[in-house]
Design a protein around this ligand. Structure first.
Ligand code: FBP
Length: 551
């Protein structure tokens, strides 16, 4: 594999770690825990993994000698996030430090690798090639859901064959929920296989009282913010385009919010606010138009607008329409058999309720078609394929044309669309993500060595220098509540949406009028820096700093 000079340099980067992980480790158990809600139901569903204590790792003089070598399997689950390779490197180094005879197997292509017995032993040569790199290509990832007992039983057979004592699942909220279900099942079956989760997703929505952030969010936001800053400098130079920039984040708007905090665009929509204010698509359009008209009146016919990917589903009327479409299209062979977009459109219209049909008819054809494309494995519409930025450009353009006709708008409106998602998911991890992920991996090995299961590897105190980070483990049941999924109540890890009373959103709210009007508010963050002063290279996200009141 040919490598760039930066890739070669990054290969020898030594991630910084919490002091407690540098030598022997002692696990200190706290008080018994409870789930965030629905304690009775969660306890009943997880009799063996409910109520476990939070674990903190402390430096020790020596650790209990490990009697026999152990084999561990690792799975990458869901969308790529920068730093995944470092979790695996930390896991590998941690295992080898405990006993050089320990082995790490990677299950290939995501959770299906465990079910189908597709694996590869990860040796030092392989690991070294992937240290501090982006991507999940070391073993690949996938979105197969681990939720059926036959899948769990297949997993037992595969693990038995390989002598695997523990499975580490690196994934988002759904994958970690499934990790916990698997841990509980394996305890009930007394098959001796532990399951440990690791918090991954660029979306930043796997966070709570214990997990301060999911890995990958930091790097992805820094990459997108660099691009937004570059566009803003271009906009401010040419002064002729409005840039509508959609940012990844399936549901929550954390990425859009963080990028706004880093780059100070003229407008940043936040889906959670749209929902809380019960806004319609037209309300959003009016809000954008108002800023465009005001800026035009000041002679500024350009600007930037950040749009969270999940926006469409947070507009209450659209949510109902999408839900109706999800229900209608689930396993609908009649619909699949229809030929041509027009026939499909007519079919959909005939099946919707009148209010949803009205909304569906009002959408540009292209967007209406995108809403009926393939669903993800959870039966949800794939929002990353819905071009909301184009929809808004079209609707804003129409409204401005009306205002121009009645003399209210005297400026010019020329718009360009962008979507930033895949550009950032496999970027070379920032120092923060490289350090955080490696620490998560090493922490996971200590949880495994101590016989823990149903835990998520935990590294916190993240606004402090890495040496002061606190490593440990949090019982996954502690993060759970009951939610409706596909019509049934299920135990799931509570997803963290943007908190409208939280410091990051309040900062945006308090500054957005100023960012909308003035010509000089843009920030140009520049590219992620890996070598240089710590204030340039090792800073966590603005979100994390604001949430923890850190400078
Ligand atoms: P995870 O939640 O699995 O980490 O994935 C997040 C994400 O990047 C979303 O932001 C995006 O909507 C989705 O994955 C895209 O999925 P795909 O990679 O299947 O196109």
């Amino acid at each position: 594999m040919q490598k760039s000079p930066l890739q070669i340099a990054r290969q020898s980067y030594k991630p910084k770690m919490p002091i407690a992980l540098n030598g022997h480790v002692r696990l200190v158990e706290g008080a018994a825990t409870q789930s965030v809600a629905d304690q009775k139901e969660i306890k009943e569903l997880f009799p063996n993994t409910y109520g476990l204590p939070v674990i903190t790792m402390e430096p020790a003089q020596s650790s209990a000698a490990q009697s026999a070598s152990i084999n561990v399997g690792v799975i990458l689950s869901g969308g790529q996030a920068p730093g995944g390779h470092n979790v695996i490197a930390g896991l590998f180094d941690g295992l080898k430090a405990l006993n050089p005879a320990n082995k790490l197997y990677g299950f290939l292509g995501g959770p299906s690798g465990l079910i189908e017995g597709k694996y590869q032993e990860l040796t030092a040569d392989i690991i070294d090639d992937y240290r501090n790199t982006g991507g999940f290509d070391i073993i690949g990832s996938g979105r197969t859901k681990l939720e059926e007992t036959w899948q769990f039983d297949n997993g037992i057979e595969v693990c038995k064959k390989l002598g695997i004592k523990a499975v580490v699942i690196i994934g988002g909220d759904d994958s970690n929920t499934n990790a916990c279900v698997l841990a509980e099942y394996y305890l009930q079956k007394k098959c001796g296989i532990q399951v440990i989760g690791c918090p991954k997703t660029i979306d930043g929505d796997l966070k709570n009282e214990m997990i301060e952030t999911s890995f990958g969010f930091d790097t992805a936001c820094k990459v997108y913010s660099e691009l937004i800053g570059n566009i803003q400098r271009d906009a401010n130079s040419a002064k002729k385009y409005w840039h509508f920039i959609r940012l990844m984040g399936r549901s929550a708007s954390h990425i859009a919010l963080e990028c706004a905090l880093q780059s100070q665009p003229n407008i940043c929509l936040i889906s959670e606010e749209v929902e809380a204010k019960n806004m319609t698509l037209n309300d959003i359009v009016e809000q954008i138009v108002e800023v465009i008209v005001d800026r035009a009146n000041a002679g500024l016919n350009f600007g930037t607008i950040l749009i969270p990917e999940g926006l469409i589903e947070f507009i209450p009327a659209m949510r109902i329409l999408i839900q109706e479409l999800n229900d209608m299209l689930a396993n609908n062979e009649e619909f699949v058999a229809l030929e041509g977009d027009d026939a499909k459109r007519e079919y959909v219209k005939s099946m919707l309720t009148p209010a949803s049909c009205e909304l569906y008819r009002s959408l540009p054809k292209g967007i209406a078609r995108q809403l009926t494309l393939d669903r993800d494995p959870h039966g949800n519409v794939m929002v990353s394929q819905i071009e909301t930025e184009k929809l808004l450009i079209e609707m804003v353009g129409k409204r401005l044309a009306q205002l121009k006709a009645n003399g209210t708008f005297k400026g010019k409106f020329s718009a360009l669309n962008h979507f930033f998602g895949y550009e950032g998911r496999c970027a070379i991890p920032s120092n923060f993500d490289a350090d955080y992920c490696y620490s998560i991996g090493v922490t996971a090995t200590h949880l495994i060595a101590a016989g823990k299961t149903g835990y998520m590897s935990l590294v916190r105190n993240l606004t402090k220098p890495a040496a002061e980070w606190i490593a440990g483990g949090v019982p996954i049941t502690m993060m759970m509540n009951m939610e409706k999924r596909n019509g049934k109540m299920k135990p799931v890890i509570q997803k963290a949406l943007v908190d409208l009373n939280g410091a990051p959103f309040l900062y945006l709210k308090n500054h957005r009028a100023e960012w909308a009007d003035a010509n000089t508010s843009y920030i140009y963050p520049g590219p992620v820096q890996y070598y240089g002063p710590t204030e340039v290279c090792d800073q966590p996200t603005r979100t994390l700093k604001l949430e923890h009141n850190a400078k």
